[in-house]
Ligand binder design. Structure first.
Ligand code: SF4
Length: 395
């Protein structure tokens, strides 16, 4: 482990609130006690210039020392409820300094006391330290424990994620949270070209996670943004596997601002990963049963529509009409939230009430321009039905 330089900062805000819930990790609020990350993953997107992180990314760690105090104040003022997602692409909440700082423990205590649902995504088994509090959150409001995992090969992990927990430690943490009744998920990313993106490697990972009974696995490929992130990664690759440099130059030679590889490769690895995960019986999105009741129903519908489009696409079914309906719904929801955010006198729950009325009267089907989907959502909104992501049917 390199010597860390901790920079303590007082923050004015703690929570990032989204009007449209992030359907990928299903977070309505975001929380991040640190900036930069001592885990030092060589592919980390956080090194990219766009995040304006100063100093050495894996050494100069900003500690948001008053985050729990600010978080508590902001929770009191929230008019909407929803899942707090703790994890980001530019820091890990359970990175090494947390062992001394205990910021996450304070935040978990607040979430448990207020019975608010949460999800943690980490590469560290230090999260086990707070298993008692997260179990309490789970009993009261729902908790999802996610780890990020690109491979089951710990030799590869040691090179590309040098200071994160070992693979076994992460798998043990998944089992421990599962044993406490928490939902568990894995961000299976990034698959590294020529290193961890082979069919056999993906299958091994899928079967291993299926054996642990994880609830879902979200796959993702490697992006290399031109600049610091790409340079740093290629330097590691040069000393570890110089024979692969030509392959990476071909896949990432276009230097797209997003860091995406050639489309043909990106689509291929995505398709192969999804097919393998589905064959192993693993949903590729957080199942409806996991986030149901932990978001206001209008946000739940927003996430569900996006997930359904992703799932149907993964099963090779047409999704154009579904995506159009999803887009109409998002426009409606954003407009309603704009009014709600402007008029402080509106009571919480007014959008929920409007949506239920629309489902009851058929106005929702009209909004979506899709009678069948309107009927389907009526069962979700009014009867609390769930969409089973494995069977692809309402239950
Ligand atoms: S754990 Fe996440 S945030 Fe930290 S270095 Fe690795 S990829 Fe980046």
């Amino acid at each position: 482990m390199v010597d860390l330089r901790l920079h303590r900062r007082e923050v004015k805000t703690a929570l990032r609130r989204r009007d449209l819930v992030d359907a990928y990790f299903v977070g309505k609020f975001g929380l991040s006690p640190y900036q930069a990350c001592a885990h030092g993953c060589t592919y980390c997107d956080g090194r990219a210039e766009r995040y304006f992180i100063e100093g050495e990314f894996d050494r100069d760690i900003v500690v948001r020392s008053n985050i729990a105090t600010v978080f508590e104040r902001e929770l009191r003022g929230q008019r909407e409820r929803g899942i707090v997602f703790i994890g980001s692409g530019v820091s890990d909440a359970y990175q090494p300094p947390e062992a001394e700082e205990n910021l996450m423990r304070s935040c978990a205590r607040l979430l448990a006391d207020r019975a608010l649902p949460a999800t943690v995504l980490t590469k560290s088994h230090l999260a086990l330290r707070d298993l008692d509090l997260w179990s309490e959150v789970n009993r009261k409001a729902g908790f999802v424990f996610m780890v990020s995992l690109m491979t089951l090969d710990d030799d590869l992990r040691r090179v590309f994620e040098p200071h994160a927990s070992t693979i076994d430690e992460r798998l043990d943490a998944l089992c421990a949270f599962k044993a406490q009744g928490c939902a568990t998920g894995v961000a299976a990313m990034p698959f590294l070209p020529g290193l961890s993106d082979g069919d056999d490697q993906i299958r091994l990972l899928a079967e291993g996670l299926s054996a642990l009974d994880v609830d879902f696995v979200i796959p993702g490929g490697l992006t290399l943004r031109p600049g610091r992130q790409k340079q740093f990664f290629l330097e590691t690759l040069r000393s570890f596997r110089p024979d692969l440099l030509t392959l990476y130059e071909r896949l990432y030679g276009e230097d797209r601002p997003s860091g995406a590889p050639l489309s043909a490769y990106g689509e291929s690895v995505h398709r192969r990963a999804i097919t393998t995960l589905l064959e192993a019986g693993l949903p590729i999105r957080m199942p409806h049963a996991v986030y149901h009741g932990r978001l206001p129903v209008y946000d739940e519908v927003h996430v569900l529509l996006q997930h359904m489009a992703d799932l149907y696409a993964a099963h090779g079914r047409p999704v154009r009409r579904l995506r159009e309906a999803q887009s109409r719904y998002s426009v409606w929801l954003l407009a309603r939230k704009k009014v709600f955010n402007r008029r402080r006198s509106l009571r919480p729950g007014v959008i929920e009430w409007e949506l239920k009325e629309m489902a009851r009267t058929g106005a929702l089907a009209e909004l979506l321009a899709n009678a069948k989907l309107g009927e389907f959502l009526r069962a979700v909104v009014l009867d609390g039905k769930l969409f089973d992501y494995r069977q692809m049917e309402l239950v």
